[in-house]
Each structure stands twice: as C-alpha cells, then as structure tokens.
Design a protein around this ligand. Structure first.
Ligand code: GLN
Ligand code: ZN
Length: 765
C-alpha cells in the first residue's frame, strides 16, 4: 500500500493559542507550567487531527515555542557564553537567544541584558529562523531530549510518530561563526557535532522510534564541493552506525539535481523530494532510489493555499508507483505545513465560491490521505469527483479572468518601463524644482502606530466608528505627524501611514483580484504571525488608494510631502500567489495597478513618490542561473512599469530593508533616490559596493527595531565613516525603515539628533 505522510503541522494553534501563551509567559501573566501545558495540548491536538484523518506517517518534534532551529541550537548546546553565563532555566535561555532579554536585578536574580541572535529568512519563505552561532568554545552535548520527550508524549496517546530534525550539515551550513571566532568555518565542527546527533538518534530508537525524518534543506542550494562531501560523509557514517532508527532524508523548496551526486547511493531508508516546486527532477531522482529504498513524493503544497488537483497528483504519484511498486512510495506534503494557515473552516467571512478553491493545513492533511488511497486502489470516487468539479470551476471562475487586465499585460512594451529622460537630466529638473539642501533628511514612511490608532481602526472595522469620524481621526493623526516633522525641520515629509493596517494588506484590500482571510495566520518569527492576502485572479485598481491622505498631508504644509506606496514585488511576495499564472505576470498586473496610482498621485500634486520594495531581495531564486537572472530582470521591470509614467521632475524614491542587496539589481530599478537598511551592517565594503551607484542613496542611519536613541555625535561619526567611501552630493539622511513599531518619545529624540547631524555636515560642505 502507498502510505501517506505529513512533514510537519503548524504549531500556532487554530486560534493563535501559542502566541497568547508565549507572550503571556514573557509578560509574567502565566507560569512556565501553564506555558508547557499549552504546548502539550497543541501537540496532542495536532497529532490526533492527523491520526483521525488517516495519515500513516505523522511528524513529531515539529513543535517549537519559538523556532525549530533555535530548538536545535539549545538541544546541542550551541549556546554562546553571553547567554549561558546567566545560568537561566533552559526555556529562558532559549527565549533570550531568540528575542533578547533585559531584566533588572531582583532579590533572587541578577540583572540580565543581552540582545537576540541574528534572525534570517528560511530559504525563500517569509519564515525566519534564529541563526545557529558557533564559536571555538562551542562544546556539543545534549541539553535535555526534546525530540525524545515529544515522541514519548505521542506514544502515550497511542500515536506512533516519525520525529523530524534538521540534519547536521544544514544546521552547520545555515549557521555562522560568532563575533569572537570569525575565523571559524562552522562546517569544520561536523566531526564534533555528529556524536551528539548519534546519541540523540539512539535515544529515539530506544524510546521506540522506528523511523526519523532528517531534513537537509540546503540540498536545494548551490553547494560548494566540501558541503556536498560533508553530506555524503555524514549519511554514510550514520548508515554504518548500529542501533539507529531508519532515516528518511528530506529536502524541499526546490530541485536537488545539482547535488545529486552527494546523495546517490547513501545508505538511508528513503528520500523525500519536493515535486510541487520541482516536478522536473522526477526522472533523475527516482533513478537514484535503490532497490530497498522508499521515495516520498511531496505533492501537496506546503507553501500555498490552493486545493490540490487529485487527478494530476495521482497521475504523478503513479509514475513513481510504476517504477518502485506501491510499498516503496509515500504520498506526502511537499514540505512542513508550517507555512500555511491552520484551518479553512475557521473562515466564516470568505466568499463561499473562493473558499471552495482553497486548502489550509487541516485540509491538506486530508488531501494527502485521499491521494494515497487513490493510488493504492481504494475507492475514493466521491472525493475525486468533487475535487475535479472544484478544479474546473476555479479555472472558469469569473473571479479569475479579466480581459481588460489581460490585454493591458499584452500591450506592455519597453517604453512603458522607461522614464522620459535618463537620471542626470531628471536630476537637473528635480534640483530646480526642490532646492533640497545637501544631506537632505527624510523618513521611510510610517510613524508610531499608537494604541489610539489601533483602537480607532478596530472601532471603524467593527462599525462603531462612522467613516466620517474615522477620516477625521486619521486626518488629525496626519496633521500631528506633519507638524512634528516641520518642527524638527525634516526636508521631505511623509503623512505617517496611520490609515494602514499593513503595507501589503492595505493596498490588497483595494485591489480587485485579492481575497482576505480573517484567521489565516502563518508564523513569521517567534510570536509574530502574518495573515498573507491571497491573489485569486487578474489584478486591477478600481479607484485611487492613497491619494486622499497624501493630498491632505500636502495641503497642510509648504514643505514637500512624499507619497507612499508598496511595490509590485513586495505585494506579490507577501501574499499567497496564484498557482495558475506565473509570478512575473502577477507582478506586472500589480505594477500596472500601481502605475495608475503613481500617476494619480502626480496629477494630484504629489511631487515625490516612494514605492517600497523591502521584499525585492527575498524573491531572488535560491540558485544562481537562468531563473535568478531572469528574476532580476523582470522584478526591476515591474518596478519601472509602476514608476515610469511620471514627468522628469517628479522624484521617485524606493526603499529596501534587507541587506545583501546586489547594487546592479537596485540600479536596474532606476529610482531617483533609494534608501537601504544599513545600521546593523558595519561593513565598509558594503558602502564601497554602493559608492558607484549612479543615483542618490540614503543608508539607514539607525535601527528602528530598537528603542535605543543614538546621540547626535553618534550620527555624526556614522556619517563621517560613510563619507570616507560615499560621496556627499548623493547622500540622503534617513532611518533604516518605518517607525511604526516605535514609541513617540524615542522617535522624537532619534530624528532630532539625526537632523542635527545632517546640519552639522551641511555647514562643513
Ligand atoms: N513605508 C513603510 C513603513 O515605513 C516601509 C516598511 C518596510 O519597508 N517594511 O512602514
Ligand atoms: Zn523597511
């Protein structure tokens, strides 16, 4: 029989129970025992749900109170001394590493003050993991036995699970050397780390685990030869070790073909591959599955919310069955379901037709089971028929096709994505119009989103505040922000974005072709969850989305007010995209909608317009090569389509938060001014890379994630350093990102100091 497998289930709970519990614990509202109880209940609930649905292979150790990679760091004692020295209970060390900890001394405990470890995007998803941070003094050993405990917990409920852990090579490769050990190559620690993994696997076997899933997700990256060799050596060694459970080696989010030589012939019991993202790897990966090995076919999408096409998936799995036989094929989710919302049944407000096209984690569990039964030869005709009807209804739905949008896409030509004149000429016209001083100062857009703002927005959404009253409130917030910026003498003002719940959702709600959930939360990092909107059909903008607020703000002041929009790539990346149309088409549709908005802003008298693209970097395909090269071209083109409809004298700004940007990619956007995150990047080479950037640039001068207030002197010394490799005449002065999560007091002080520093340099030059 073909078995069914789920690689991991969301741990946040159907009603965000995990968030409430962890934040409750951090705020001292619940005890550690109460926290652990919530975790235990969530795990039990998830296992039972899968068991009841008929899943054969259910994961354990997919739960975490913060992040599964941070779990591993703590489990293997990869705890830098700056955390270990406080000798906190393990759970508090764990949270301190994830989010930092600042605590005054009490009668029974010492003061604690430590910042968090680095947080990084998990491959090309919007999930962030806490980066394992190694040093010469790292001494691997097992701290507790979380995977074993959770296996036993399931076993006590009568559920045999397959524990999942990220494998040693990915764990090292995704980590980094700590500040005190910069010459350390994490991979060089492999030999020291392996005994700890082996000890863990032996303990799992002793507890009754017959099989484990070991993830080596780095197999979908471009791997240097030494990393490929490390994979080979590691699993060869584990294969020789007696007394371990059977190992399924899993990869996801892409193709493993370039690394095939590293996994071919490895003595594991089976392989899992992602055939949703990379169906083209099938023939070649199926060919390396040995006579006694199993192929787990990842065919139910762990990254998106569309209902599976049973016919198509069954046909795919049957190719594997034909090659390997029913007993050596498993039907699985493509990856963990961590990246999908928990349960579609929690959506009461979704249009029922649309709802019929979606599938969240709970529904995906059932899908895996139906496909496995179908290819095993069981009678699932009713499910297949209903599915076929739904798939064909979606293809023909009126929600999807909009011929006006489609013909606009066809008509896109090079002219549409080219400004009227090249930058130097535009700059002349802009200088003449604006007369900005040297070192012009600005912000990235949002100002503190106070409790008051959230309360009023909630009232408005609930209907207890009328649209007129809400508008009045928003206008008063805008006025407050404008007056403040005038007072501290910033040069280019913003309206502060008080009307926006989220930079993508706010526009998505006004763009035709989008759907929204009320409870479709997905973990982004720690206790922070996002609710990505869903692109369901062709996208267009029925009416202006941001003109009213910008025009109102501009009416209040003689200074220039910058209009603020979210760019096409960011709208696409922070949504669940369609799976029936390529990403480029969706980005271009968004670009056309935004172009209409940019042009409307200009027509309404807004002379500086910023189009934010913080997600530009994360959209980059994981491997170098044709796909990545093509992304760089079309993503830049999408931005230019959105922003090229304006006159030369209208100044286009853009902003990117994540570092490690490719200056050539940024250059291709041809924005007049860009701002990039810089405050945490003390790297002179990075400035040098941008010193040839032809247009104007603001390197973010302070970290908006922290309440810390830099002094004027600190700003001056920072600017001084940058000026060593970056020219004054192209230099903008601004923070790293929007100020929405900050309080007013620190905002006032930080920006005042920033403006003072800019003035200091104006006097010097
Ligand atoms: N304009 C947005 C803001 O200031 C930009 C946010 C972002 O880059 N993530 O909030
Ligand atoms: Zn930003």
């Amino acid at each position: 029989m073909v078995q069914s497998a789920v690689l991991g289930f969301p741990r946040i709970g159907p009603n965000r129970e995990l968030k409430k519990a962890t934040e409750g614990y951090w705020n001292g509202k619940i005890t550690v025992d109460e926290l652990f109880k919530v975790g235990k209940d969530l795990r039990a609930q998830n296992w039972k749900l899968q068991k009841d649905a008929g899943v054969d292979i259910i994961a354990s150790n997919d739960f975490s109170f913060y992040d599964q990679i941070l779990d591993l760091s703590v489990l293997f004692n990869v705890i830098p001394e700056r955390y270990a020295k406080y000798e906190l209970p393990l759970i508090d060390t764990f949270f301190a590493m994830g989010r930092g900890l600042q605590r005054k001394a009490t009668e029974t405990s010492n003061a604690v003050d430590v910042t968090a470890l680095e947080m990084v995007k998990w491959f090309d998803s919007n999930y962030h993991y806490v980066r394992p941070t190694f040093s010469h003094s790292t001494a691997f050993k097992l701290n507790g036995q979380k995977p074993v405990d959770e296996f036993l917990e399931a076993k006590a409920l009568g559920i045999q699970t397959r524990p999942v852990v990220v494998g040693p090579v990915s764990f090292l490769h995704l980590g980094k050397a700590d500040k005190d050990s910069l010459d350390l190559a994490p991979l060089s620690l492999l030999e020291k780390l392996l005994p700890a993994y082996i000890e863990l696997l032996k303990k799992l076997a002793a507890a009754g685990a017959t099989e484990v899933q070991i993830d080596e997700p780095i197999l979908v990256l471009d791997l240097p030869q030494n990393v490929q060799d490390a994979i080979k050596a590691t699993y060869t060694k584990l294969g020789q070790e007696a007394g371990l459970p059977k190992i399924t080696l899993a990869s996801y989010f892409g193709t493993v073909l370039p690394n095939l030589a590293a996994i071919k012939g490895l003595p594991v019991s089976g392989f899992h591959f992602d055939f949703v993202r990379a169906p083209e790897q099938f023939e070649e990966v199926a060919a390396i599955v040995g006579d006694d090995q199993v192929l787990s076919v990842g065919i139910v999408d762990g990254r998106n919310i569309w209902k599976n096409d049973f016919k198509k998936s069954s046909d795919f799995v049957n190719k594997a069955v034909a090659k390997l036989g029913k007993d050596r094929v498993v039907v699985a989710t493509s990856s963990s379901l961590l990246h999908t919302p928990v349960d579609l049944e929690n959506e009461s407000k979704l249009n029922p037709e649309l709802k019929g096209y979606f599938s969240f984690a709970t529904q995906k569990v059932a899908e895996v089971v139906v496909i496995a039964k179908n290819v095993s030869g069981a009678d699932v005709k009713a499910a297949l028929d209903a599915n076929a009807a739904s798939i064909s209804a979606r293809a023909n739905s009126t929600f999807i096709n909009d011929s006006t949008v489609q013909s606009r896409i066809k008509a896109i030509d090079a002219k549409l994505s080219t400004r009227q004149a090249p930058f130097p000429q535009r700059l002349n016209e802009q200088v003449e119009q604006f007369h900005f001083p040297l070192f012009p100062t600005t912000t990235i857009g949002s100002f503190p989103q106070t409790k008051d703002i959230r309360i009023n927005r909630n009232k408005f959404v609930k209907g207890t505040l009328s649209p007129e009253e809400y508008e009045k409130f928003i206008n008063s917030e805008i006025e407050k922000v404008i007056r403040f910026q005038e007072e501290i003498d910033l040069d280019v003002l913003v309206h502060g974005e008080p009307e926006r719940n989220d930079m993508v959702q706010y526009f998505g709600e006004q763009i035709k072709g989008y759907a929204f959930t009320t409870n479709g939360w997905v973990q982004s990092y720690g206790s922070r969850y996002v609710r990505p909107p869903i692109i369901v059909g062709d996208l267009s903008r029925p009416e202006a989305m941001s003109v009213k607020e910008s025009v109102y703000a501009q009416s209040l002041t003689k200074k220039v007010v910058k209009g603020m929009l979210t760019g096409p790539i960011t709208c696409l990346r922070w949504s669940f995209p369609r799976d029936d149309v390529d990403q480029k088409t969706q980005a271009f549709q968004l670009a056309l909608a935004l172009r209409d908005e940019v042009n409307d802003l200009e027509a309404a008298g807004i002379r500086v317009i910023q189009v934010d693209e913080p997600a530009l970097r994360e959209g980059l395909p994981l491997r170098s090569g044709a796909e990545r090269d093509s992304y760089k071209v079309w993503s830049a083109e999408a931005f230019r389509i959105a922003t090229s409809g304006v006159a030369n004298k209208t100044q286009i700004h853009s902003h990117f938060c994540y570092s490690d940007l490719d200056p050539n990619h940024i250059k291709a956007l041809d924005a007049d001014v860009v701002s990039i995150e810089f405050s945490k990047k003390d790297d002179p080479n990075y400035i040098a890379e941008f010193s040839n950037y032809p247009n104007h640039l603001g390197l973010g001068l302070f970290d908006i994630h922290s309440p810390r207030v830099p002094s004027t002197e600190e700003f001056i010394s920072k600017i001084d350093t940058i000026l060593k490799s970056y020219p004054a005449e192209k230099f903008w002065v601004n923070p790293d990102c929007g100020l929405k999560t900050r309080g007013w007091e620190e905002t006032r002080l930080s920006l005042t100091h920033m403006v003072e520093a800019a003035k200091h340099f104006r006097n010097k030059y």
